[in-house]
Ligand binder design. Structure first.
Ligand code: C2E
Ligand code: C2E
Length: 173
């Protein structure tokens, strides 16, 4: 049974948590942060021009990039942080007890670890340059729902894309 539950909350391609897991845990993290008056930050993360990678190199290569990115993500956050595959090439990182300033350190580290080293595809024979854009938002005392926090992260991600990609943009509080 536990294996079934594990599968239900895991993204099979990347091994990260899936959106279902995030949705079920986020309200708890949100409530806890509010009641304890502790910070909470989210990073809305999207691989730049992912469709171009798929179109140029094929879907297997796209899958390699998603898996490699998930690994880099996982290796660069703490055990208590939560990384999840949110949709196709969109990932969400939740950072409990982390304010906007500290979250920016983490986001910049993740961005850098992607941009600095090409991703290997085609059994390691080909390297592709990949970049990501990140929208960062932190919990505000007036937030009355998880959706508001996510909405700000989404808008910040949109700004990051609009301003040229390969960058971290913090939400306007
Ligand atoms: P730093 O790397 O400049 O990180 C500054 C602060 O950002 C950290 O302060 C922490 O509050 C936050 N932060 C950074 N990375 C993460 C993260 O992945 N997840 C979360 N939730 N928060 C993060 P803190 O904890 O006082 O750490 C001070 C310094 O100690 C760090 O400065 C870093 O130089 C070092 N450090 C702490 N833990 C680790 C670790 O697991 N690995 C490495 N390589 N260095 C660490
Ligand atoms: P962890 O806390 O689960 O962190 C996993 C990885 O996230 C770290 O691998 C590092 O790549 C990144 N990371 C987390 N926090 C920070 C940070 O504050 N700054 C930076 N620059 N990177 C961070 P890493 O460095 O190989 O560390 C592996 C494990 O060793 C960590 O797992 C943690 O359990 C422990 N560790 C390493 N350095 C420190 C430290 O300075 N203080 C404490 N308390 N634990 C540390």
């Amino acid at each position: 049974l536990s294996q079934t539950i594990e599968m239900a909350v895991t993204d099979s391609l990347t091994g990260l948590h899936n959106r279902r897991y995030l949705d079920s845990h986020m309200s708890m993290l949100f409530t806890r942060s509010i009641s304890r008056e502790r910070p909470l930050s989210v990073l809305m993360t999207d691989i730049d021009h992912f469709k171009r990678i798929n179109d140029t190199y094929g879907h297997d290569a796209g899958d390699d990039v998603l898996r490699d990115f998930a690994g880099r993500l996982h290796r660069n956050i703490r055990g208590i942080d939560l990384a999840c595959r949110y949709g196709g090439e969109e990932f969400v990182v939740v950072l409990p007890d982390t304010d906007a300033q500290m979250a920016a350190v983490v986001a910049e580290r993740i961005r850098g670890t992607v941009a600095s080293t090409p991703f290997l595809i085609r059994n390691g024979t080909t390297g592709v340059d990949v970049t990501i854009s990140i929208g960062l938002a932190s919990l505000q005392p007036r937030d009355d729902s998880v959706e508001k926090l996510f909405k700000r992260a989404d808008i910040a991600l949109y700004e990051a894309k609009k301003n040229g990609r390969n960058r971290v943009v913090g939400a306007v509080a």
